[in-house]
Design a protein around this ligand. Structure first.
Ligand code: PHE
Length: 342
């Protein structure tokens, strides 16, 4: 009997747990009505009187130790996450593909693709604030004081202050780069822009742009054309053709709109290109010398080109999305269709 008592004392001393359930199980096993200590107590009644003294002491020691241990453990039970291993066998294989994963937003996918193409041509990414001042969005970009783009109808002003506004294009970032860097400059400026337009399937008051700027000695319109042709082929496929139509922007001279041949019909004419075989994707031109001057760049020494495109529009053409609003609703049924494009 002494031996069994010693074994139980060792067991009590070795027992440890922070899980309340386990501690309670241990209590029942030791001190419960049919517990091992209780059993020994019963047995004790039958031992020879000369043994009672030593055995009784031992048995009391066991009982006190067990009770003490249980009380101590109960006091700390549940205070640590260490009991979590009860959650499962950490060596079991994971659920793998059964675990649902998210997907990138199509706007991010297309932005990353555009940035990647220009990155390989040596452009670096520049960013700037969404809340801007008049100088960076308009004045430094050669907008005349009465230019209609400054109008309340296009631009969101903050607290009626005409010098605190939401940028209407990311050309504002290009101004910031020109103000602070010496040519050669080769930057790509992705970002969110804001225009006060009625929301419809083809227009939204928030959209995304990527604009680009290249300034160095001797940069010509031929450089612009070749750069954009390379971009169009990378983006829409090696067979893509481009077409430049004369246009007007205050900050470029000459200016052009660039069309790409419709990838859906191969230029033959279809509903997407409205039968023309061409899709308009961006504005571009040679940076107006007034803009260089306004940003502190020597316009006798340097020339440059700039271009800008809407990401939503490119994504619509690339993925055949017919309604711009889908990009902003964040309906997972729409977004999950791009999971494979990761
Ligand atoms: N900033 C113009 C826009 O928002 C795009 C553009 C950029 C055009 C650079 C020409 C050159 O629409």
């Amino acid at each position: 009997m002494t031996e069994r008592i010693n074994e139980l004392i060792a067991e009590v001393e070795a027992f440890s747990s922070r899980a309340a359930g386990e501690i309670e199980d241990f209590r029942i096993r030791m001190l419960g009505r049919k517990g091992r200590v209780t059993e020994l107590m019963e047995e004790f009644k039958t031992v020879a009187p000369e043994m009672k003294r030593t055995l009784g002491q031992k048995l009391n020691e066991l009982k006190t130790k067990a009770q003490q241990r249980i009380n101590d453990l109960k006091a700390t039970a549940g205070t640590s996450t260490a009991k979590i291993p009860a959650a499962g066998d950490m060596t079991r294989p994971g659920k793998g593909a059964a675990e649902p994963t998210g997907s990138r937003h199509p706007i991010s996918l297309v932005r990353n693709e555009i940035v990647g193409i220009f990155d390989r041509m040596g452009y670096t990414v520049a960013e700037g604030p969404e809340i801007e001042d008049d100088r960076h969005v308009f004045t430094a970009l050669n907008f005349a004081p009465e230019h209609p783009a400054r109008d309340m109808q296009d631009t969101f002003f903050i607290e009626k202050n005409p010098d605190v506004l939401l940028r209407t294009h990311t050309s504002s970032i290009q101004v910031r780069v020109m103000e602070t860097q010496e040519p050669p400059i080769r930057v790509i400026c992705p970002g969110r822009v804001f225009r006060n337009e009625a929301i419809s399937y083809r227009a939204h008051c928030i959209f995304h742009q990527v604009e680009g700027l290249y300034i160095d000695e001797g940069v010509s319109f031929a450089d612009l054309k070749q750069t954009l042709l390379h971009f169009a082929r990378e983006m829409f496929g090696a067979e893509t053709k481009i077409r430049l139509r004369p246009s007007y922007f205050p900050f470029t001279e000459p200016s052009a709109e660039m069309d790409v041949s419709c990838a859906l019909c191969g230029g033959k004419g279809c509903p997407v290109c409205k039968g023309t075989g061409w899709l308009e994707i961006m504005g571009c031109g040679m940076v107006d010398p007034n803009v260089l001057e306004a940003c502190g760049i020597d316009n006798k020494k340097y020339t440059g080109f700039a271009f800008g495109m809407g990401i939503e529009r490119i994504a619509m053409l690339k993925y055949g999305v017919g309604d711009l609003r889908l990009y902003f609703e964040n309906d997972v049924r729409f977004l999950h269709q791009f999971a494979a494009a990761l």
